[in-house]
Design a protein. Structure first.
Length: 160
């Protein structure tokens, strides 16, 4: 009898442990931070003070430039962003939409970004673009939105 109880207790403990290890999506900023190909973006989000915002209520859609996308940005532009926190924040929020837009829900047209400027979204079959950027990995689900990696860093139009 004692041996049978130990087996039942062990089985119950294994079930509880299995439930505890199921992954629950993290918020947008934490998901970006945990993605190695987005480490440059993550460091810039931290520098711009946007971590708590992107971990907030949301929902958000982030078109996240990969490390390779940032490598293609001229050094002069990256230096300017490093020296100007307001410009950095403008560039980063130009990659964010208020609301959760899965790739299957993309409609061709213009949408407003958190930055206040609009971007052109387009979909052809399974391919999605935002401005001149191609979505490389779509639908990375976060608890407060979705992330789509893109192959280019978008620079917003100059505000008047």
């Amino acid at each position: 009898m004692f041996h049978r109880r130990l087996i039942l207790i062990a089985a119950a403990a294994a079930m509880v442990a299995g439930c505890a290890t199921r992954s629950v999506p993290a918020p947008v900023a934490d998901t970006i931070a945990a993605t190695p190909s987005l480490s440059t973006l993550n460091s810039l989000i931290v520098k711009a003070g946007l971590t708590s915002t992107l971990n907030g209520t949301g929902p958000f859609t982030v078109f996240a430039p990969t490390n390779d996308a940032f490598k293609a940005v001229p050094a002069k532009t990256m230096d300017a962003l490093a020296k100007d926190p307001a410009m950095l924040k403008d560039v980063l929020t130009y990659h964010v939409l208020a609301g959760k837009v899965m790739s299957g829900d993309v409609k061709n047209g213009s949408v407003k970004t958190v930055n206040g400027a609009s971007v052109a979204l387009a979909k052809a079959g399974e391919f999605v673009t935002v401005e001149e950027s191609m979505v490389q990995t779509a639908n990375i689900v976060a608890s407060n939105g979705v992330i789509h990696t893109v192959d280019r860093v978008m620079i917003p139009p100059v505000k008047k």
